[in-house]
Ligand binder design. Structure first.
Ligand code: MCA
Ligand code: AMP
Length: 503
C-alpha cells in the first residue's frame, strides 16, 4: 500500500483512464503496477534508496510515470533529464546530482554508456527489468527530498533545484484547488517533462485528480488540432509561443478546417498560459479567434506556481493575477523592504510550503536566494488594481525563449570553447514568436570567419537546440563600461545597428 498521498490516490482511481500515449490506453492500476516493478529493480533487494538521486532519460509515455513513481516508491530523488539535451549536458546533470542510478530505455542505453562509465552510476534499462514482485517499500515522510530539476540562471552552470514530497504535494494541491481540477478532465501533454510546467501543472495535477492525460512526444500543431477538433480535451496548458504558433496555423487554414478546431477550443473549460509573458495582443487575438479567455499565471522552478489570474473572475491581459492558495507573495525594494503601495515596482518574493528546499550542493547559493525566509525570484513586478503585472527580470543574463529559461553565461561559456571565438556576449532579442531569441556578438581570432550554420553544427554536441544562438554578429570589440565589464544593453543595441555604448 503506497504511503505517498499521490500514489494512494492513484490506487483509489484504480481502473479509471490515466494515460493515452504511444503504448495505448492505461489506467491508474497499470501505472502503479509498472511503478512497483521499477521500484523493486531500483531497490535491488534493499529496503530504501534513502534519497539517492536517480536520473532518468525516459520518453513521455507510460514509462516516464512508471519511473517517476518507481523512484518515489523506493525512496529516491527523481532527477528527470531532457530528451533534447546533448551528451555533455546529460553528463553534467548526472554527475552534479551525484546520481547513484541512471534509468533509461533500450534505444538510449548505448548513448549513455560513456556517462555511466564516467560517473559509476548503475544503469537500469526499463525493457530489461526483472519481473519480480513487490518488495517491502519504505515510509516516505513529507519532508524527504523527492525531486531535483535543473534550472539555468545567473550562474554559468545549471543548478539542481530540490523539492521535498511535501513541497510537490503543496504545489499540486494549490493548482488543483485554484483551477478546479476534476476527475473527468482530459488534457494533452506535449511540454517537456524535465520542467515544472509539464511535470506539476499537467502531469502531477492530472494524476492527483484522477483525470485522463494524453501524452505526445512533442508539440505538433496538426496532431493537436486533430484531437481538439474531436473534442478530446476539457483543459489546455501551454507556453505563449505555442499560442502564437496556433494563431498563425488557424489563420492559415481554410475556414472549413479551422471551424471544428475553433469549436473544440471554445468548448474547453479552461486554457492556461505561462512560463513566459503572454503579450496582451496574443491574449486578445486568442479570445477573438476562439472566445476563450486565457488564464495567465506566473511560476518558477524554485516555487512552482505563485500567482494566477482567477478561475472565476476577470482575467486581465498583460497581468498575472493574485497569489495562489497557500502561497505568500510580496514585493520588496532594493533594500529588501516590503512595498505596500500599488503601482510601485519591486522584486517578487515568495514564501510558503510550495517553495523549494535547496540548490543541490550549493549552500551559499541557497542562502543568497532567501531574505528573512522569503525566496527572491529576481522578477520585477507591480500591483495594479489588485493584480500583479510582471515588468521584467533583475538579471540581464536570463533569457526566456519558447518558455525555456536560458542562461546567457552558460551559452557564453560554451561559445568561448570555439577555436575562432576570443570574446563573446549573449543577449536575448525580443521576438514575436519566441518571446526572446538568443543572439551572440563575437570577437573572432585574427583571420577567422564564422557563419551561423557552421556555429550551429559546432554547437550540436554542446548545447540543446533551444539554447543555440539564432543571430550571430562578428564585432571588432564588445562594448564595455569603465570597469571593463561588458554592457549587455549596448550589446543588444548592436543587433539593431546602433553601436553607441550608453548604459
Ligand atoms: C526551436 N527553434 C527555435 C527555438 N527553439 N528558434 C528560436 N528560438 C528558439 N527557442 C527552431 C528550431 O531550430 C526549428 O528551426 C524550429 O524552431 C522548430 O523547432 P522545434 O524544436 O520543432 O520547435 P517546436 O517543437 O515547435 O518547439 C516550440 C515549443 C518548445 C513547443 C514552444 O520550445 C517547448 O516545448 N517549449 C516549452 C518549454 C517549457 O515547458 N518551459 C517551461 C519551463 P528549423 O525549422 O529551422 O529547423 S518554465 C517552468 O516550468 C516554470 C515553472 C513555469 O512558469 O512554467
Ligand atoms: P523557470 O524557472 O525556468 O521555470 O522560469 C521561471 C521564470 O519564467 C520566472 O522567473 C519568470 O521570469 C518567467 N515567467 C514564468 N511565468 C511568467 C509569466 N506569466 N509572465 C512573465 N514571466 C513569467
Amino acid at each position: 500500500m503506497p504511503v505517498l498521498p499521490l500514489l494512494a490516490r492513484a490506487e483509489a482511481h484504480g481502473t479509471a483512464t490515466a494515460l493515452r500515449c504511444s503504448a495505448g490506453t492505461l489506467c491508474y492500476d497499470d501505472l502503479l503496477a509498472g511503478a512497483r516493478l521499477v521500484a523493486a529493480a531500483l531497490l535491488d533487494g534493499g529496503t530504501d534508496l534513502a534519497e539517492a538521486r536517480v536520473a532518468f532519460l525516459v520518453p513521455p509515455r507510460e514509462q516516464y510515470v512508471h519511473t517517476q513513481w518507481g523512484i518515489w516508491l523506493a525512496g529516491g530523488v527523481a532527477v528527470p533529464l531532457s530528451g533534447a539535451a546533448t551528451a555533455k549536458e546529460l553528463a553534467y546533470a548526472v554527475s552534479d546530482s551525484q546520481a547513484a542510478i541512471l534509468v533509461t530505455t533500450r534505444d538510449r542505453a548505448e548513448s549513455v554508456q560513456p556517462i555511466v562509465a564516467a560517473t559509476h552510476a548503475r544503469l537500469l534499462v526499463l525493457e530489461d527489468l526483472p519481473h519480480h514482485g513487490v518488495t517491502a517499500l519504505p515510509e516516505i515522510s513529507p519532508d524527504r527530498r523527492g525531486m531535483m530539476l535543473y534550472t539555468s540562471g545567473t550562474t554559468s552552470t545549471p543548478k539542481g533545484v530540490v523539492t521535498t514530497h511535501g513541497c510537490i504535494q503543496s504545489q499540486i494541491e494549490s493548482l488543483v484547488h485554484a483551477w478546479q481540477w476534476q476527475a473527468d478532465d482530459r488534457i494533452p501533454l506535449f511540454l517537456p517533462l524535465h520542467h515544472i510546467h509539464g511535470i506539476i501543472n499537467v502531469l502531477g495535477c492530472g494524476l492527483w485528480t484522477g483525470a485522463a492525460i494524453e501524452m505526445f512526444p512533442r508539440f505538433d500543431v496538426p496532431t493537436i488540432f486533430e484531437r481538439v477538433a474531436a473534442d478530446a480535451y476539457t483543459l489546455f496548458m501551454a507556453v505563449p509561443t505555442i499560442y502564437v504558433k496556433m494563431i498563425e496555423a488557424l489563420h492559415a487554414m481554410p475556414p472549413e478546417q479551422a471551424t471544428p478546431v475553433v469549436s473544440g477550443f471554445a468548448k474547453m473549460r479552461l486554457m492556461v498560459s505561462g512560463s513566459a509573458a503572454l503579450p496582451a495582443r496574443v491574449h486578445e487575438e486568442w479570445t477573438a479567434l476562439t472566445s476563450q479567455k486565457l488564464l495567465e499565471r506566473y511560476g518558477m522552478t524554485e516555487i512552482g506556481m505563485a500567482i494566477s489570474n482567477p478561475y472565476d473572475g476577470e482575467r486581465r491581459p498583460g497581468a498575472v493575477g493574485q497569489p495562489l492558495p497557500g502561497v505568500e507573495v510580496c514585493l520588496r525594494n532594493e533594500a529588501h523592504q516590503p512595498i505596500d503601495a500599488e503601482n510601485v515596482a519591486g522584486e517578487i518574493h515568495v514564501r510558503g510550503p510550495t517553495v523549494f528546499r535547496e540548490y543541490w550542493n550549493r549552500p551559499e547559493a541557497t542562502r543568497d536566494a532567501f531574505v528573512d525566509g522569503w525566496f527572491r525570484t529576481g522578477d520585477i513586478a507591480v500591483v495594479e488594481d489588485g493584480s500583479y503585472r510582471i515588468m521584467g527580470r533583475s538579471s540581464v543574463d536570463i533569457i526566456k525563449s519558447g518558455g525555456y529559461k536560458l542562461s546567457a553565461l552558460e551559452i557564453e561559456a560554451s561559445l568561448l570553447d570555439h577555436p575562432a571565438i576570443t570574446q563573446c556576449a549573449v543577449v536575448g532579442l525580443p521576438d514575436d514568436t519566441w518571446g526572446e531569441t538568443v543572439a551572440a556578438a563575437v570577437v573572432l581570432a585574427e583571420g577567422e570567419s564564422l557563419d551561423l550554420e557552421s556555429l550551429h553544427a559546432w554547437c550540436r554536441d554542446r548545447l540543446s537546440p533551444y539554447k543555440m544562438p539564432r543571430t550571430l554578429l562578428a564585432v571588432e570589440d564588445l562594448p564595455r563600461n569603465a570597469m571593463g565589464k561588458v554592457t549587455k544593453p549596448a550589446v543588444s543595441r548592436l543587433f539593431a545597428g546602433d553601436s553607441s555604448n550608453v548604459e
